[in-house]
Each structure stands twice: as C-alpha cells, then as structure tokens.
Design a protein around this ligand. Structure first.
Ligand code: 1HN
Length: 354
C-alpha cells in the first residue's frame, strides 16, 4: 500500500534535514526560500487580520468629552480617540491601509498648525461653530460636511463657537507608512502660515468654475476642500428621484474632484449613500475596507456573520472582502471612506455581489 503524502516519500526526512541546513547556511547571506512562504504571499482571496468592528456613539461620547476635561487641544496637538481595529490593536489602524479617529475641539480652543504628507479627510459628526483652515483658508464645519486636508498643506483647527465639535478623521497613514513616504513639519517659531506661492483660493472652485490656465492648486487632490452636507443631500435626493436604488448600495455617490471627474483624493475615496426606509440590500464585498459614519436614520448592518443595529453617529468598519448587507428601518444616509481611490489607480479594486 502506498501513502501518497509527500512526508512518506522515501528519503524525504533526509531531504528535509538537508533543506534546513541549506536555509541555515544561506540565512547569513540574508536569503530565504520562497517555497516555504509563497502560499501566504499570494492567498486565493484577500487575507487580513482586520476584523469587522462597530463603535456605538452613545457609548463612546462620554469618553470623548472626558478627554476634553483632561487634555487641551494645544497639549494633545490633536485630541483624538483613535478607532483601533480589534485585529490590529496598538497600530493606530482601522484597516490595513487606513487610520480613523474621532477628534474633539472644545469652545475657545485651537489645534496647532502643521503639515504632513499623509492626506486627511473629515466628516463632521456633532456640533457647530468650529473651523478648519487649509493653507490659511478657513472653512466652517457643520454636521455632515465632508472636508479635505490635501497632502502637505498647512492646516489648523479652531472653535470660536459655544459647543464641543466632534468629527471623524480619516487618514492614509498606514498606506503612506507602507510606502515609507512620511514627512511632517511644524512652522518655525513666530512664522505665519506658509501657503507658499499665491494661488486662487479653494473657494473659487466651488461653483463648477476653474481659473483658466491655473495649475491644480493641490495636485491630484480636489481644489474644493469643503463639500457642505445640505448640497450633498440635495444631490442624493436628486439621484433618488431619477433612478431605482442599486440592489447592494441604494443610491450611492462619490465625492468628486471636479478637475478630473475622479475621486476627490488620490489615495482615499469618500462616499455618501441613501438607503430608503424598508430597503434590504443584496450582500456585497469589495477589496476596499471601508469606514462608515451614520449621518441619518436607523437600521442594521450585517458585518460578516453578525447583524448590528445602528443609529445616527455610530461608526463601523467593513474589512476588505468581508460581505456587508444593510437593512434600513428609516430613510438612512451613510458616509463612508476607503482606499478605493488608490486601489482603482493601481488596477486592484474588485467587487463581488451576492
Ligand atoms: C492629524 O494631523 C490630524 O490634522 C488628525 O487634524 C489626526 C492622525 C494621525 C496623524 C496626524 C489633524 C491625525 C493627524
């Protein structure tokens, strides 16, 4: 009787010992055998330690406010509670490629200016009266606004208002780290913001006009750095009046760079979608792990195998290639962001329905 398993092949164990000896001798030359690891390097489908996770805003809000009593925005630089993926603890990651956190700025505070090569996006969760400035140009932050801080632009935040203001930060920190392209700079003492050469303010791009012959002010990033919620909502409603909802995504729109028609940012895609009351989505998975912020409504999301109820201001993460399905109890509006822009640019993005 022959045993077909390789371990039973005559001479196998001697061969194994010779291999181990080879590995040991070549190790000093910093050489390793691919055949021992190749299956993990190219799995049949995306493989990631990132897990589905859910943050109920009602449960985490007291921690945000408590941090407001214990540390100032000046001292913290950025007072943020990081949404750490439970499968990636200690790494400040919400997915393999993305960072997410909830930032608090109290009335009267400012968060100091700096710039970095990592790009940031904001989605305002709670409160009015704060602003963020990009290269010295201020924009008011209202709940539901989507705001961009392009790579390597000077930015600071302030709250001259009367309420605590909280927003979701999304950054491409782990992606930039993987590429070892991290730079960070603070202004020299006493220096005013360095917006660099004079250029048209971002506000001049907000009405479907661009200065003739001017180069894009932020390279591949949208020159429009605030997408106010009321106008985004109007677009969603117009879409909903014009067509049937997609079976998986309802009515879903992406935030655009009007100069290119592509994603607003080169690394991250950001989206707003409406799920009508009673909607039950067809499950869907895609290669871009996404972070969601519930803007309006109540419903349920199926993350992998588990259903989770959500309401406005809750946050959750759908990892790469994890099936997600939605059920809307009311009309729901969901904001989300992911690394889809980078994946599409690299020809990697895939989606599978059902
Ligand atoms: C950052 O600069 C901000 O500018 C927020 O508001 C979160 C997380 C990691 C690194 C830099 C901000 C950040 C960050």
């Amino acid at each position: 009787m022959t045993d077909p398993t390789p371990a039973a092949v005559p001479g196998r164990s001697a061969n194994q010992a010779a291999r181990a000896d080879l590995y040991r001798r070549m190790d000093v030359q910093h050489l390793a055998p691919l055949w021992e690891v190749i299956a993990n390097l190219i799995p049949a489908e995306p493989l990631s330690p990132c897990e589905p996770a859910f943050w109920q805003y009602r449960a985490l809000r007291p921690f945000i406010l408590e941090s407001g009593d214990l540390i100032t925005a000046q001292e913290a630089i950025r007072r943020v509670l990081v949404l750490e993926n439970p499968g990636l603890r200690g790494q400040s990651r919400v997915t393999q490629s993305l960072y997410a956190g909830l930032q608090l700025i109290m009335p009267g505070e400012t968060a100091p200016m700096h710039r970095h090569s990592q790009a940031a996006l904001r989605f305002v969760v709670e409160g009015r009266g704060a602003f963020t400035a990009v290269n010295g140009e201020r924009v008011a932050m209202q709940p539901g606004d989507f705001i961009i801080t392009p790579s390597w632009t000077w930015h600071d935040h302030g709250n001259p208002g009367e309420e605590p203001v909280v927003w979701l930060d999304g950054l491409d920190v782990p992606l930039v780290q993987a590429l070892a392209a991290q730079f960070h700079e603070i202004p020299p003492p006493g220096a005013a913001t360095g917006p660099g050469a004079r250029r048209p303010p971002a506000a001049s791009y907000g009405n479907n006009l661009a200065p003739l012959d001017a180069p894009p002010p932020f390279g591949p990033t949208s020159p429009v750095f605030c997408y106010p919620y009321d106008r985004s909502r109007e677009s969603l409603e117009a879409m909903a009046r014009g067509c049937e909802p997609d079976a998986s995504h309802g009515w879903k729109m992406k935030y655009l760079n009007p100069l290119t028609g592509g994603h607003a940012m080169p690394t991250m895609g950001a989206f707003l979608q409406k799920l009508p009351k009673g909607f039950k989505s067809l499950p869907c998975r895609s290669t871009d792990g996404a972070v969601y912020s519930v803007a309006e409504g109540r419903g349920r999301v199926k993350l992998g195998d588990a259903w989770q109820a959500f309401e406005a201001r809750d946050h959750f993460v759908v990892p790469s290639w994890t099936s997600a399905a939605f059920e809307a109890e009311d009309d729901c509006v969901l904001f989300s962001f992911s690394d889809r822009a980078a994946q599409e640019a690299l020809g990697l993005w895939r989606e599978r329905r059902g």
